[in-house]
Design a protein around this ligand. Structure first.
Ligand code: NAD
Length: 269
């Protein structure tokens, strides 16, 4: 009989947490063995199925991540940067694959994942969907084929609860465009993280973030030159695409050598 990996979901009550719990419980390739919420959250101590308004799932929400991770082979984590850093150390201690969907991590926080990745597999991506990861590859190709007559603008939209801007996906797309063009994103996007500040320079890459209603995630990469425009677009209408990608990453990571990976590795793009 093949071994079915046990999965822990952190941030159980979150938008992605609940979607991940449904995705794992519906899968015949994985088992839900634990769910974690922050201390003081009213879900802690309850059966997670009941807390979600449905039937009992036989898994109690805990605020003790290490105890939960000790029962598991993978942790899927869509929470917040500080929490993700704590979970990385604990997941490494428990030798669990750590799938990180959390966005908005600073360069210092990303660098701080390094010690954990010496002991365990970390798969981290600002977007776990197949479509966006394909879009990243296409963006790199198109940027490499076009010269600097084409301005590159990344335009993204999300729901109004989203904390970070531009989105992790927009930054992935900007990095891909910069890589395709053979430039360093940090040097060509001084308007980047604060949106529309500063005047456009030749070769600059701009970011624009829209926040409103219940938009799940929309990304355009616009290449605009005098007389013509190319637009590459991805529209997410259902968070299930991120959850399915995250579960695929958790399964892919089983038995892999410790280190840091992304969805391009998982999807073989
Ligand atoms: P959310 O605010 O709905 O959920 C976050 C959850 O994490 C909350 O339930 C919160 O209580 C919990 N949490 C925070 N600190 C915790 C801690 N220390 N211990 C346990 N739980 C803790 O947010 P969301 O919309 O579900 O998004 C979560 C993250 O995932 C964000 O960073 C978002 O940008 C990212 N995201 C990534 C992708 C992707 O494909 N990579 C897709 C969608 C969202």
């Amino acid at each position: 009989m093949t071994h079915i990996p046990g999965i822990v979901i952190t941030g159980a009550s979150g938008r992605m947490g609940q979607m991940l719990i449904r995705t794992v419980t519906d899968s015949d390739q994985a088992r839900l063995v634990g769910v974690v919420e922050r201390t003081g959250h009213d879900w802690v101590g309850q059966d997670v199925g009941v807390a979600m308004g449905g039937a009992a799932l036989g898994v109690t929400v805990t605020d003790d991540p290490l105890e939960a991770f000790a029962q598991a082979q993978a942790v899927i984590d869509f929470t917040a940067p500080e929490a993700t850093l704590e979970f990385a150390a604990l997941a490494a201690q428990a030798r669990c694959v750590h799938v990180i969907g959390t966005t908005g991590m600073s360069d210092e926080q990303i660098a701080a994942l390094e010690p954990a990745s010496r002991h365990a597999v970390i798969v981290r991506a600002g977007n776990m969907s197949l479509g966006v990861n394909l879009l990243v590859q296409l963006t790199k190709k198109v940027a490499a084929a076009l010269d600097e007559d084409f301005d590159i603008e990344v335009i993204e939209g999300h729901h109004h609860h989203k904390v970070d801007a531009p989105s992790g996906t927009a930054l992935m797309l900007g990095e891909a465009a910069a890589e395709g063009r053979g430039v360093d994103l940090a040097e060509v996007s001084d308007r980047g993280r604060d949106g529309m500040t500063g005047a456009r320079k030749r070769g600059d890459i701009g970011f624009h973030a829209i926040r409103g209603g219940d938009i799940v995630g929309e990304h355009d990469v616009l290449f605009a030159a005098p007389g013509e425009r190319i637009v590459l677009r991805h529209l997410a209408t259902d968070r299930a695409i991120f959850a399915r990608g995250a579960l695929k990453a958790a399964l892919w990571g089983q038995g892999k050598a410790p280190g840091q990976y992304d969805m391009v590795d998982v999807l073989g793009l």
